[in-house]
Ligand binder design. Sequence first.
Ligand SMILES: [Zn+2]
Length: 128
Amino acid sequence: MKPEERQRLQAERERTEAELKRLRSYLETEVEHVIDGGEDSIDAAADIYEREKTMAIIQTLQNKLVAIERALRAGERGGYGICEVCSKPIDPARLEVMPHTTTCVHCQKKLERMPRPRPPTTFQLEEE
Ligand SMILES: [Zn+2]
């Protein structure tokens, strides 16, 4: 792993962590705001929508953080830029755009086509 690759990943990790922190504190103030009450239902619905959007972004950033850590660890083993699935080198242009990626573009496409595992539905308590 080249020093500039490590630096790029570490910078990316710092940016992602800062963004996560910002979004989490935003979420906290929003929650307090809702608990305070006194809003009409349209505002409340908009708040819920905003919160869900923020939580989705947080989830994405958390996944990215995990990917960054993995890429850094791969770098320590000398495997940075090598696809985890097919063990072929990842296109440098792809690494430029997504320094935290650990799969090549072909394997990424294959993984995206795979059906996502669904949680078991038998234990859901939605019905009364
Ligand atoms: Zn691959």
